[in-house]
Design a protein around this ligand. Sequence first.
Ligand SMILES: Nc1nc2c(c(=O)[nH]1)N[C@@H](CN(C=O)c1ccc(C(=O)N[C@@H](CCC(=O)O)C(=O)O)cc1)CN2
Length: 282
Amino acid sequence: MSAQIIDGKAIAKAIREKTKAAAARLRRAPALAVVMVGENPASAVYVRNKVRACNEVGITSIEHRLPQDCTDERLLEVIKALNEDATVDGILVQLPLPEHMHAGLILETIDPNKDVDGFHIYNTGKLVTTGGGFKPCTPAGIIELLKAIDYPIEGKHAVILGRSNIVGKPLAMLMLQENATVTMTHSHTPNLKHYTLDADILVAAIGRAKYVKADMVKPGAVVIDVGTNRDENGKLCGDVDTQAVQEVAGWITPVPGGVGPMTIAMLMHNTLISAQKRQNIF
Ligand SMILES: Nc1nc2c(c(=O)[nH]1)N[C@@H](CN(C=O)c1ccc(C(=O)N[C@@H](CCC(=O)O)C(=O)O)cc1)CN2
């Protein structure tokens, strides 16, 4: 058996096209402020791709670059000014921040109504209770991938490897909203294979190159790879040993071209939603 590849690039493109059409119907183009501190090379690539996506879909991007030795206070000043700027619909601070900074404090200063990354505790609270706030982009993108292949999530066992605030924890909430049975696993979970082998949907978000092997996967499972690592030859790879696992899985996301492009497409979608709300479209 060979797994079907979930083409995140194509699915993301379709979302961007829909976003572009809806953005064009607004009185004013949506505007996204992208704040980056320091020179993390991977972050620089993601920021560049976000700005490029904005240009493509008709979202105005406003870039703020701050030096590596930036203080919390300086970044808070920038965020507060963006909060008060009525022409700004979305604000994101690219993560990770330099180690001396306090990401929790920074993220909680962003106006929750402009928090298009969905990282503010207000939106986190909405995620675990009523829904309706901004959903973090990577987990929201994973749900969209499953919907795009018409995979019925309800009643399925979703096993998530990794409990980060950006992916694992919010994804568990979104899977619950879709009526999946959810198991969270992490670096302290003994006998991981016991859980992974029972997964209908297996999501790898642990940041370890090619960690998920074929003997950890139930035949026919959907395997979602959130990893962005470099292998021994410096080549981009995910958390899943794709070559081996695709012989067992029913569906699999590639790296690159799977979850990554969805993160950026969902950011465009969230920015559009923010602009629509602020222009009273709903
Ligand atoms: N403020 C935020 N910071 C971070 C987020 C986030 O959602 N908001 N997520 C990640 C990084 N990230 C977006 O910022 C991100 C990661 C990967 C990709 C992507 O498209 N990856 C490509 C490969 C790109 C490459 O060549 O390196 C792929 O998988 O096809 C997009 C966005 C942490 N920080």
